[in-house]
Structure formats: structure tokens, C-alpha cells
Design a protein around this ligand. Structure first.
Ligand code: SAH
Length: 215
């Protein structure tokens, strides 16, 4: 499959809908986030190994989660489990697509716990100058506790499944904000209506690597 065929299939099947997300899939090329030996599988709709028992997420899952997250220009977003950096760069494209050359502070924050993946994600995301342009800031560490220094966030998205949504993510979310995260084999959407008031929806039938906490 080519990139255009993969995107066409995701649109046809109803996973990709929003023009800015479709543009992100076109601009931020999955091939830039995959190792040499896996490149021939780049545009298959499958998760692919990125080493250390981790995978770059399946395009269908990334499309589905980004549509639920509904990122907008100006959103401050936390991305837990950066892995290859692909989804982080997609988010950076969506929230910065109308930025000019002006100075800004980062608005996509990513956390990755595996040192080698953190390093390669940094290189991959920088292929699009999102780090030097101060759009993305990546941190190595355990994302279970969120990223307090830059909270609160408009949106939080995770790529590794926890048994429940960590309290730190709920605390670090703005009121009116949304978390999209895997819990076991499902995707949970949590809308924050008030300090202690959350509305939850769940979508079943997905598979994720586990969220590993050191605590
Ligand atoms: N969206 C990424 C998905 C990578 S898989 C991509 O498409 O490349 C999920 C990632 O979550 C893995 O890289 C794994 O190391 C990371 N992860 C697991 N538990 C974590 C934790 N507690 N904190 C930060 N990252 C974690």
C-alpha cells in the first residue's frame, strides 16, 4: 500500500474525518518514524515493532484516537508513551499548522519511559523541526504521574494501557478538557466537567502495550 491508499482506506472506513487530521497524516510521514528493516511495511494498517517490545501504533487506532481527542490550534496537549514520536508529531502539526515564524512556548508535551525510544523519538520529531521550533517538548520518565510542570492541559492522550486512568492525569486536565486513553483492551474518553466531575465513554476492541509504572 502507498501512503495515499492507506489514508484513503482510513477515510473510506470512517476512521479519519477531520481535514486537519487527514492533512497531518499526509504531511507527517510514518516512514520517518520506522527503522530501516521495517520501512517496507510503513503503510500497512498494522502496529510495527520499534524495539524494546514496543510498537508504533496501528494507523487505524491513531486516527480513531485523534478524532476523539479533537486537537485544535492553541491546545496544550500531553502525550503519554511517545514511542516512535509519530503521534506526537501528528499532534504538533495539527496544533501549529497556522503558526508563523513568531516565538512561542511548547504546546505538545510528551513523556517516554524507555531511554533509547526517547532518544530516537527526539530525532524523529526533529525531522519536522518541532523541537527546535519550540512546539514539542519531550521528557524521559514515567508518564503515570503526568507532567506537572506544564499542567493544566486541554487534552491528554496515552498510547499504553493502564488498569484505570491515573489520578494525576485527571488532576492535570483543565475543566472542559478531555482525556483519550487505553484502559485494558478499550479506549476511554473522559470529559472533565468539574474538579471531581467526569463523564466517561468507552470503545471496545483495541489492543495496546501496557503502561508500565515504576511506582
Ligand atoms: N504512539 C506511539 C506508541 C508507542 S507504544 C507510536 O505510535 O510510536 C507505547 C509507548 O508507551 C512505548 O514506547 C512505551 O515505552 C511507553 N510507555 C509505557 N509505559 C509508560 C509510562 N509509564 N510512561 C511513559 N511511557 C510509557
Amino acid at each position: 500500500m502507498t501512503k495515499e491508499e492507506l489514508i484513503g482506506e482510513l477515510v473510506h472506513d470512517g476512521y479519519l474525518k477531520t481535514p486537519s487530521i487527514i492533512d497531518a497524516f499526509t504531511y507527517v510521514d510514518r516512514v520517518d518514524f520506522i527503522s530501516e528493516d521495517m520501512k517496507r511495511y510503513t503503510y500497512t494498517n498494522e502496529p510495527l515493532p520499534i524495539g524494546f517490545d514496543q510498537t508504533i501504533s496501528q494507523p487505524l487506532t491513531v486516527a480513531f484516537m485523534l478524532e476523539l481527542l479533537s486537537p485544535k490550534i492553541g491546545d496544550v496537549i500531553l502525550d503519554i508513551g511517545v514511542g516512535s514520536g509519530w503521534q506526537t508529531a501528528l499532534l504538533a502539526f495539527i496544533i501549529s499548522r497556522e503558526y508563523g515564524e513568531e516565538e512561542h512556548t511548547p504546546s505538545v508535551f510528551g513523556v517516554e519511559r524507555i531511554h533509547e525510544l526517547f532518544e530516537s523519538a527526539r530525532q524523529n520529531v526533529e525531522k519536522y523541526h518541532y523541537i527546535s521550533r519550540n512546539i514539542v517538548l519531550l521528557k524521559e520518565g514515567d508518564g503515570t504521574t503526568g507532567f506537572l510542570e506544564h499542567a493544566p492541559y486541554d487534552k491528554i492522550v496515552a498510547a499504553a494501557a493502564a488498569p484505570t486512568i491515573p489520578q494525576a492525569w485527571k488532576d492535570q486536565l483543565k475543566i472542559g478538557g478531555r482525556i483519550v486513553a487505553p484502559v485494558d483492551e478499550s479506549i476511554v474518553v473522559l470529559d472533565k466537567k468539574g474538579t471531581m466531575d467526569f463523564e466517561e465513554k468507552r470503545y471496545f476492541g483495541f489492543h495496546f502495550v501496557p503502561l508500565i509504572s515504576v511506582n
